[in-house]
Design a binder for this molecule. Structure first.
Ligand code: DX5
Ligand code: ZN
Length: 228
């Protein structure tokens, strides 16, 4: 399934509930929540208290992207705040296998994120354990950056490799995703697109609808090619 995950980081922090309801009503299924610790990435965003308080204002899937050193220290607490999917960075874990298993024990879906320059081989051995791989298409830490073009090929290679392994793992792309590059990302094999600025800048409801129209068109086109 193709999913849009608006990133809360791009929203108006004075009006979080309003912005969440806008994207939910427009049809977005995931809410991407960027937790930053000021150590793994330069910036500090928000943490458990905010997640917990937002949980009651939406039914969207809470997709928590932890940009945190040794995230296993916090995965139980993040789950308790209502996370449905917990994604940790391979680069931030000394014991990646153990950290992934710890997420799985909470009952949440598990994801592993890779920075742009981290090769796919970093996640190879734990691929069968995860529900999602997040390919970062900017260096993590800030919204509003430009998409790094070579990451598109990384998405393509990962999808080919997952197919070879017979795995139907989700591939999420995060950073600089726009209405212009969305189709190329889907074609490359991504199925969850995170979008901060391109959703929340301007009319968020309309932007979500435009992303969903692209997804719908892509679905129709791929059904047609499958039939050929
Ligand atoms: C960046 C975050 C992203 C960010 C994306 O480190 O992980 O989720 O909000 O923002 P845009 O879509 O503006 O690049
Ligand atoms: Zn993110």
């Amino acid at each position: 399934m193709t999913i849009l995950a608006p990133s809360l980081l791009g929203s108006d922090f004075k009006n979080l509930e309003r912005d969440i309801k806008t994207v939910e009503q427009a049809g977005a299924k995931y809410l991407h929540l960027d937790v930053m610790d000021g150590a793994f990435v330069p910036s500090i965003s928000f943490g458990m208290p905010l997640l917990k308080s937002l949980r009651s204002c939406t039914d969207m899937v809470f997709d928590v992207h932890m940009m945190v050193e040794e995230p296993a220290r916090y995965t139980d607490a993040i789950r308790e705040c209502g996370a449905d999917l917990i994604c940790i960075h391979a680069e931030a874990c000394r014991h990646l296998d153990s950290a992934v298993n710890q997420i799985r024990l909470t009952g949440a879906k598990a994801g592993i994120a890779l920075n742009p320059a981290t090769p796919l081989s970093a996640v190879e051995l734990v691929l069968p354990l995860v529900d999602m791989v997040l390919i970062m298409s900017v260096n993590p830490g800030f919204g509003g950056q430009k998409f790094i073009p070579y990451t598109l090929e990384k998405v393509r290679s990962l999808r080919v490799h997952l197919n070879e392994l017979g795995l139907n793992t989700d591939i999420q792309v995060d950073g600089g995703v726009t209405l212009e590059n969305a189709k190329a990302l889907l074609n490359a094999g991504a199925n969850i697109l995170v979008a901060g600025t391109s959703v929340f800048k301007g009319d968020a409801g309309k932007n979500v609808q435009q992303f969903l129209e692209i997804f719908e068109k892509y679905k129709k086109e791929s059904l047609r090619t499958d039939r050929k």
